[in-house]
Design a protein around this ligand. Structure first.
Ligand code: FE2
Length: 192
């Protein structure tokens, strides 16, 4: 889901400190809210070899929360892809199917992270009701809400990863987080 002016990554010579810059002006206020402030985003995590058990437990809990939302997103977007009718079906079915695929990739990534930490992955989707509709605007509104929630959860996950000192996982989750922000913006533009 493209935000056209998105993304410049600077890596210095020893590849230890990174600063990510992106086009803030391309994000909606909702996306910026989910972003939680620029300063937080400019600090890179120095990797540690091991994480503490308490960190792991809290981390696995938050990762499972994210996984539950991804599993829900798979269901929701697949449902909307099948139910969209009329002329909008031409464009929105591929979009919703793309979101299904993206959510499955995210779920897979998070699942592997949980296993790496020695946790047990949830197999249950988040219990938030999936609103049935044949109205495309309502589908997009529900999509916007889902993406905003996903961004919030990943936004909460990043400080935990920072504290845990897992630089690799931090980078991985950050990429997912930014993808959610792009989806928020895409949904917002479609509703505009
Ligand atoms: Fe996602």
């Amino acid at each position: 889901m493209g935000v056209r002016h998105f993304g410049v990554l600077l890596v210095n010579n020893n590849n230890r400190k990174k600063k990510h810059y992106w086009g803030y002006n391309t994000f909606s206020s909702a996306a910026l809210f989910a972003l939680g402030g620029e300063n937080e985003r400019l600090n890179f995590v120095e990797p540690k070899s091991e994480m503490g058990n308490m960190d792991d437990e809290q981390l696995v809990g938050k990762l499972n929360e994210a996984l539950g939302w991804e599993l829900r997103a798979v269901n929701m977007y697949a449902h909307y892809a099948a139910n969209i009718k009329g002329i909008n079906r031409i464009q929105l079915t591929p979009l919703f199917k793309q979101e299904v695929a993206e959510s499955m990739v995210h779920a897979d990534t998070i699942r592997n992270a949980i296993v790496k930490l020695g946790g047990v992955c949830t197999t249950d989707r988040n219990s938030e009701n999936i609103v049935h509709s044949s109205n495309y605007r309502q589908m997009l509104e529900e999509s916007f809400k889902t993406e905003t929630t996903a961004a919030r959860v990943y936004g909460e996950l990043l400080p935990l990863l920072k504290e845990a000192g897992d630089g690799e996982l931090y980078d991985t989750v950050e990429q997912i987080y930014l993808t959610e922000l792009r989806s928020i913006e895409e949904m917002r533009l479609l509703l505009d």
